[in-house]
Write a protein that binds this ligand. Sequence first.
Ligand code: TMP
Length: 216
Amino acid sequence: MLKIKPFFIVFEGVEGCGKSYQSKKLYKKLKKNNIPTLLTREPGGTKSAELIRNLILKDYFNKSKKDKFDKLTDTLLYLASRNEHIKNKIIPELRKKKVVICDRFIDSTIAYQVFGKKVDIKFVNNVHKYILDGLKPNLTFILKVSSQSSKRRLLKRKTRNRYDNFSQSFYTKVQNSFLKIAKNKKNYFILNSSRNDNNLEKKIYEITSKYLKLKN
Ligand code: TMP
């Protein structure tokens, strides 16, 4: 069990919501203010977890159903990669009293696998009980985006992404799931990320510095 008082920040949202961009902005701003900070992501974050990430993401481009991972295999791979990440990176870095910023965490599994793919929540919660070891995000930012904005951002990307393989209705379902997860939770902030201006990064920094009790 983690005994220190950690500070763990998570960004969540659908593809094209800008969470990777915003988490990088927050990371740079905290570093600039001399706050020891680590930026990481899921699935991935360590060498072994990145290997699992490659397996998962490659599988989405398999055409035939019989070549694809079963949804429980897929879920277990996300959880396996999370276990590697927690044990070998997140907890050791929090112990060093660093602020850890993570691009996606457990709510992605609830939104995509449980709500999106109808995997039994008991299955996920059970495995989480073993791998989380009491770890909980202190602050979660859910970035909410319009379908037009996310599409526009995804079209600009050079690499092919899974957005081509999922329908818009799947993403709407996943986004609504994130909103449902965040409802009535005090450490969750739902922020609109459809516009491309710097107000959002300012707001995120404002909220974070309040939580971290930083003097601006
Ligand atoms: P990324 O686009 O943020 O790099 O995330 C990779 C993909 O992994 C994205 O489509 C969301 C998906 N994902 C899940 O389905 N479940 C999870 O638990 C995590 C962490 C990600």
